[in-house]
Design a protein around this ligand. Structure first.
Ligand SMILES: C[S@@+](CC[C@H](N)C(=O)[O-])C[C@H]1O[C@@H](n2cnc3c(N)ncnc32)[C@H](O)[C@@H]1O
Length: 484
């Protein structure tokens, strides 16, 4: 098959995808009221795992769980096995295998992950993938599939087809890539000052792609298969294999309110309580291009509760990647009856979050103290309840925290986990072993929360060193989530 040669010739860079971590999947399942398997002993499968950048750190994190990574490319599987050997990981198996054949097996997995594959395979392989999920997902299992969607991909297809037309006759991968970049560059320049809708879209797409890596351009755009679909088509295809839509891997990717009250109210109203229709309207009205969808077995659909309340969050853990920023406190009026505060926080994208009530500040400070690690929902509620009691404030702390949290989650400022990824005690903290290995290969490394962090050269030296960092370095690395 052509995919074998393409991925062997231009291997895909393999990174962790925080959003595909089973603790995130179990968090979303629990939020919607359905149980999810504990990770300690889970069985996890990743299809199209490349050379294991997503699965290897998970295997190190959960030594008693079992991981299987499968990929068509022998070159990538060989490389994955080489890394597995270097790290002496025993609870992971890498297999060179075709999804078409894997679908005929009868293994059971608690979590199945496929990132960046579904849209790039022929339709019969897409359907085999869904068949595999339908058959091999355990009773309480959760599946993750990411894929390109319309309408966002309509314009991208124009750019892809322009590149394909231009390089279609070429055989050599390097020339293909160089010529794909050449036509992109020309299109970007041609439309640089074009204010018409087509010109603006073309220039934006071309300039965006020019900044991407060779492997991204090659595999995202120059592959023979790239089949975006509408969200409702994906859901219908999954249903044929006994699967039901649970949600997206991040709550912020599925609350219509993130696009404003007008669209949220309209989408809810015209979809008449049908979540699939509501999500589809939002995609259509906002030009969505990509989804990271969670699936469960269809027999679990009746138990899914999407109305959020304090109970929805009860067993969950929260990570808020916020930092307090120094601000002058404003003068308060003497008539203020509730304890006020004026605290300002910034997230990793520089977005500002304000806490203007003292109990809101307590809530956020509790999360910031653990950040980027997780803190149990119950601990946040306890902190707010204790504060309310001290100042004589009548407050249902669980209710208050859950409604404020829903806003922070919707904004993507906080993230849900089904299991703790707790801040370790500083005295016994060690550098996460995968991060230690990763830092030996570059300054962008996988942290303990399965995210990628960019290190300064000094930080990279400390992470890859075999000696224990000093106290100041430990504090710095803790804030990057690099300690366990
Ligand atoms: C775009 S890459 C994504 C890799 C990785 N999941 C990521 O997102 O970084 C697609 C991967 O799917 C693999 N693949 C394509 N067709 C496959 C098939 N039929 N069976 C198994 N793997 C396949 C390719 O070899 C390649 O590693």
């Amino acid at each position: 098959m052509s995919q074998v040669n393409n991925y062997d010739a231009v291997p895909y860079e393999s990174f962790p995808f925080a959003q595909s971590h089973p603790a995130r999947m179990s968090g979303m399942a629990k939020l919607f009221g359905v149980p999810a398997p504990s990770l300690a002993k889970a069985r996890v499968l990743e299809l199209g795992c490349s050379f294991g950048g997503n699965l290897l750190p998970m295997a190190m994190q959960y030594p008693d769980a079992q991981f299987v990574g499968a990929d068509l490319s022998q070159v990538q599987i060989d490389y994955a096995n080489k890394i597995k050997g270097e790290l002496n990981i025993r609870n992971i198996t890498f297999r060179q295998a075709n999804i078409l054949d894997l679908a005929k097996e009868s293994e059971q997995y608690d979590y199945i992950i496929t990132h960046g594959v579904y849209s790039w395979i022929p339709t019969e392989v897409q359907s085999a993938m869904l068949e595999l999920y339908g058959k091999q997902l355990s009773a309480n299992g959760v599946g993750y599939i990411s894929y390109n969607v319309y309408p966002g991909w309509k314009m991208r297809e124009v750019v892809r087809e322009m590149m394909l037309f231009h390089v279609g006759h070429l055989i050599d991968h390097t020339t293909k890539l160089a010529q794909a970049r050449a036509i992109l560059q020309y299109a970007g320049k041609l439309h640089a000052n074009n204010q018409a809708a087509f010109g603006r879209l073309m220039a934006e797409e071309a300039n965006l792609l020019m900044r991407c890596s060779d492997s991204y351009i090659y595999h995202e755009h120059l592959e023979p298969n790239n089949r975006p679909c509408y969200f409702h088509e994906f859901v219908a295809a999954s249903a044929k294999h006994g699967l039901s839509y649970l949600g997206e891997s991040s709550l912020s990717d599925m609350l219509p309110d993130r696009h404003g009250a007008d669209l949220a109210n309209t989408a809810r109203q015209i979809s008449d309580g049908n979540i699939i229709a509501c999500e589809q309207y939002v995609d259509l009205l906002t030009n969505r291009a990509f989804r990271q969808t969670l699936l469960v077995r269809a027999d679990r659909a009746p138990s899914v509760q999407r109305a959020l309340s304090a109970t929805s969050f009860r067993d969950l853990h929260i990570s808020a990647q916020l930092k307090a920023t120094a601000v002058e406190p404003p003068l308060q009026t003497t008539k203020t009856s509730q304890p006020t505060a004026h605290a300002v926080y910034a997230d990793v994208h520089g977005r500002q979050i304000n806490a203007n009530q003292a109990h809101a500040k307590v809530m956020i400070d509790t999360m910031v103290a653990a950040s980027p690690y997780t803190v149990p929902f119950a601990q946040i509620v306890d902190a707010v309840a204790a504060f309310a009691k001290t100042v004589g404030l009548q407050l249902d702390a669980a209710q208050y925290v859950s409604s404020e949290l829903a806003v922070l989650l919707g904004q993507g400022v906080a993230t849900l986990y089904g299991e703790a990824m707790a801040r370790p005690a500083i005295d016994s903290a060690k550098i996460a072993p995968y991060a230690h290995w990763h830092a030996g290969r570059g300054n962008v490394v996988t942290n303990a929360l399965h995210g990628l962090v960019q290190l300064t050269p000094e930080q990279a030296l400390a992470v890859k060193s075999d000696t224990q960092p000093n106290a100041a370095q430990l504090a710095e690395l803790m804030n990057l989530g690099l300690l366990v």
